[in-house]
Each structure stands twice: as C-alpha cells, then as structure tokens.
Design a protein around this ligand. Structure first.
Ligand SMILES: C[S@@+](CC[C@H](N)C(=O)[O-])C[C@H]1O[C@@H](n2cnc3c(N)ncnc32)[C@H](O)[C@@H]1O
Length: 324
C-alpha cells in the first residue's frame, strides 16, 4: 500500500488486527468520549445486510472482514450523493449532468452509481493508489452496463487534466483536506477550474462545528450490528489546523481492525474554502447544508439545501458547489 506524501492515505499494511484473549465482549470504555449533534457526518443510507444465502447471518471478525467493504458500508452513500449532484447540476445549469469526474475516487462507488443511472453518462476517476481502484473495478463496476467503455480510471494526481472536460468534478469524503497549505489547495482548485467544461461545476463535501475539533472517538453500529465503525479524531492543532484522524472497525467477537484508514489532514473552515475557490477563479460558491431528521434531532435527514449562512450546531455537514 502506498502512503501518499500529501496525506489522505489508506494504510492497509499499517492496519493492526487485535484479537482479544478474553470473552470477546466489547469494552465499554470504547464508548465515544463525547456525543454531539451528528448531522449525518457518518452517513449510512446504503443499508445492506451481511447475510449468507438462506438468511444465516455471517459473523464478521477483524481477520475475515474486507476493509474496503467495511469502509463502503460505513462511509459511502452513493445514491444520496448522486441524487444531490444530478439535481443541483440540472437546477443550476438547466441541462443534465453527463460527463462526471471523481477526484480521490478510491473505489469510485459514486461514479459507479452515476453510470448506472443512464447509459449516456460517462466518467473519469483519479486516484494515485491502485489498491482501492482495482477493488472498485471488481466490486462496484461489474453490474454497470458497458462500464469499461464509459469509465476511464487514471492512476494519477488529481491536479492532472481529464481526457474530456467534465460537466462536474467532485471531491468527496473531505479528501481535499490532504492539501495542508493554502498555495497547494489553491493550485488544486485552479486545476479543477481550468479542466471543467465552460459551464462546469465543482462539488465538494465539508463538515464542521465545534465537535469536529474535539479529540474523540465516535462509534456507529453498521448493518444491524454486523460491526462497529469508529471515527477517531486523533489530533487537532488550533494554531495550524493540522488534523489527524483514523477509522477503526470493531467486531462482536471483540476483535478490532485498528487504523484501517488513517488521515493526515488540515481541517479547513467553510469561509476560507470559499475564499480560496473565488481566488481560483470560480464565479459563485454556494453552501448547502443537511437538514435535521424530524424524529431525531441528533441525526441528519439526507436532504441538502442552499443556505448562505447555515445553522450553528455542534456538528454539521454540507456541500460546497462552485460554479465556473
Ligand atoms: C479518503 S480516500 C477517499 C475515497 C473516496 N473519495 C471516497 O469517498 O470514499 C482518499 C483517496 O485519495 C487518494 N489520494 C490522495 N492524494 C491524492 C492525489 N494527490 N491525487 C490522487 N489521489 C490522491 C488516496 O489514494 C485515497 O484513495
């Protein structure tokens, strides 16, 4: 596995698998240290059941689980993301989104979903690491009709140009946080602006609120308790914005896949991102924030609406939509 010098690394070789010698029960000291309003940061709209044929539940353990499968089940919500991307593009550009570019694509779950929606859709994905890309080809693109002809994977830097000017470029799961210096981020945004079609749109997700700054763990049960996803905000330095995070997975036998993914980031704020996007040449930058679940005000409702100012809550999630 490659450790990218510019961060956002996936580190399977460094992931340690801890198999307990005790009874296998979960240690209650692993509860999140602090809970706050979580407006969907750890979205799980893509419910899948972990069952064998015949309905028998398979017991996942740190040894048997596939970490990229666990990641997708915990973190990605391709249907929601594609719903939002296609809706916003249609609303703002009054034409359908057709050529899509996914930066930091990893397993490219969002692109696979986009291609499956319409056979006229085409896409390009950029990632430096062949491991998630090859996994994605195998697991996400098998059922996409004519997928090979409509999708080009580039094992290349996100600052490289696409083969064809994209209608939309997306950077999902906060991957652009890997650019820690303003100049680096500005250069990335400039390269996107240059590369996009004349009426192109750049879409990036973002989260924040006081909860984001806390060094804490947050646990969530996935797929009817098949396993526990742990988002670990390991370090945050207020003077520089440096931000180290990790994902661990815990299992019902008490085993744990520790540091399945690690991130060496800077936590960028929304207003400063807007400033850098404008400096890169974007004409308009529109924030969209997730609404609150009407039955549980700790949860997001999966719906994102334009809101210049946002809502002051302990944890929020949204998109920035930058128009060329
Ligand atoms: C946090 S993962 C995100 C995967 C995917 N976007 C998702 O939503 O699940 C970040 C990915 O960015 C890739 N990456 C990091 N720096 C990159 C760069 N400069 N150019 C291309 N890919 C990069 C890593 O290899 C990794 O697969």
């Amino acid at each position: 596995m490659t450790q990218q010098s510019n961060g956002a690394a996936l580190t399977p070789d460094e992931a340690t698998i801890t198999i307990p010698t005790g009874t296998g029960s979960m240690d209650s000291s692993s509860e999140p240290k602090q809970k706050g309003k979580n407006k969907g940061k750890n979205k799980n709209k893509n419910k899948r059941r972990n069952k064998l044929k015949g309905g028998k539940k398979r017991r996942l353990t740190a040894k048997t689980a596939d970490r990229l499968d666990l990641y997708q089940r915990s973190v990605n919500s391709p249907e929601t993301d594609v719903d939002f991307a296609t809706r916003v593009f249609k609303e703002l550009r009054e034409r359908p989104l057709r050529h899509f570019r996914e930066d930091f694509c990893g397993t490219a779950a969002m692109t696979a979903e986009f291609l499956s929606r319409d056979t006229r859709n085409t896409a390009e994905g950029f990632d430096l690491d062949s491991v998630p890309v090859e996994w994605g080809k195998l697991h996400n693109f098998g059922s996409v009709s004519d997928g090979d002809a409509r999708m080009t994977f580039h094992l290349a830097d996100v600052r490289d140009p696409a083969d064809k000017r994209p209608d939309m470029t997306v950077a999902q799961n906060f991957s652009y946080f890997c650019f820690k210096e303003r100049e680096e981020l500005l250069n990335y945004f400039r390269s996107i602006h240059r590369d996009l079609a004349a009426d192109g749109i750049f879409l990036m997700d973002i989260y924040g609120g006081p909860d984001a700054l806390m060094e804490q763990e947050e646990e969530r049960e996935i797929d009817d308790d098949a396993f526990t996803y742990v988002w670990d905000q390991v370090e945050y330095w207020p003077g520089t914005g440096e931000y180290k995070c990790a994902i661990h997975f815990r299992f019902s036998d008490g085993s744990e896949m520790t540091n399945a993914f690690t991130y060496d980031w800077r936590l960028w704020g929304l207003p400063e991102l807007k400033d850098v996007l404008y400096d890169a040449g974007f004409e308009t930058v529109r924030p969209y924030f997730e609404g609150t679940d009407e039955d549980d005000e700790e949860e997001g409702n999966g719906e994102f609406d334009f809101d210049e100012k946002g809502e002051n809550c302990i944890a929020w999630i949204g998109y920035l939509v930058a128009l060329k």
